[in-house]
Design a binder for this molecule. Structure first.
Ligand code: NDP
Length: 258
């Protein structure tokens, strides 16, 4: 009788990079990947916060190390890629998560402010995908590229045209890399989180009036947490997703269909 095959979500022996992995959604993803057996490289702007997050993952039984990297600086990405490969020897999955939004008046928004958001949220993802993708294309074994988008890519966001444009752009970027990287056995996808409780959204979830209006529109009747993204991250980093590419997967408790 045929034996049951091994757990397709097992990440033992795999190396994953998470940008902005020191807190919020990035840390939630890193925790999920480490729990599934991956060795995790946290690429962080703030090295001491990164080291602290890596130490916590290690204390919880994972394997992790922090590398300094501002994703809006090309040289940082080149250096962090080299350092990660020198330390871990390979990159099997890369999560381009680092990003931020900054509410603005769309009719007064300066070009400089617009570009600043795109430099991190879109150019940063491009540079990560290019470098991680090049490494994956030059070896046997394929790989996984994942970008963290936002439901702002599909909803009108009157106060965040730069943020919305960056997220819409990165979904198209992921589809582009998906078509280019398929021949190397590399799958490329985007995750579209809804309302997730992190430092970035603190002003919103701590505002009772605003928060209750949002929660009424979420069929799950609660804000999401970074841990709500971790299972999907494990799937996208694992062999379970080997035939799944060019997709955007929404994790919003049903907000967008209600
Ligand atoms: P947080 O503000 O909690 O964390 C953002 C992370 O990104 C931090 O680690 C931050 O570093 C890092 N970061 C920001 N800019 C840079 C940069 N230029 N170079 C390197 N690292 C950088 O945000 P979230 O966890 O909420 O968001 C994570 C991702 O998820 C973002 O891309 C965001 O757009 C997206 N998202 C979030 C949603 C939410 O509801 N929270 C919803 C949809 C999408 P540092 O700690 O040094 O500041």
């Amino acid at each position: 009788m045929a034996q049951l095959s091994r757990n397709p979500f097992d990440l033992s022996g795999r190396v994953a990079v998470v940008t902005g992995g020191n807190r919020g959604i990035g840390l939630g993803i890193a925790q999920g990947l480490a729990a599934a057996g991956a060795r995790v490289a946290l690429w962080v702007r703030d090295e001491s916060a990164g080291q602290q997050a890596a130490d916590e993952l290690v204390a919880q039984g994972g394997e992790a190390r922090a590398f300094a990297c501002r994703v809006d600086i090309e040289e940082d990405i080149l250096r962090a890629t080299e350092e990660t490969l020198a330390h871990f020897g390979r990159i099997d999955a890369g999560f381009a998560n680092a990003g931020f939004g900054r509410p603005a008046n769309a009719l007064k928004l300066e070009l400089e402010e617009f570009r600043e958001v795109l430099a991190t949220n879109l150019e940063g993802v491009f540079l990560c995908f290019r470098e991680w993708g090049r490494h994956m294309s030059q070896r046997e074994g394929g790989g996984k590229l994942v970008a963290i988008s936002s439901i702002s890519a599909i909803f009108g966001t009157p106060t965040q045209p730069h943020y919305a444009a960056s997220k819409g752009g990165l979904e198209a970027l992921a589809r582009s890399y998906a078509t280019r990287m398929g021949r190397y056995g590399v799958q490329v996808n985007a995750i579209e989180p809804g309302w997730i409780e992190t430092e970035a959204t603190e002003g919103a979830w701590k505002d009772e009036t605003f928060s209750s209006a949002i929660v009424r529109r979420i069929p799950a009747r609660r804000w999401g947490t970074p841990a709500d993204l971790s299972g999907l991250a494990v799937y996208l980093a694992s062999s379970a997703s080997d035939y799944h590419t060019g997709d955007t997967l929404r994790v919003d408790g049903g907000y967008s269909i209600f």
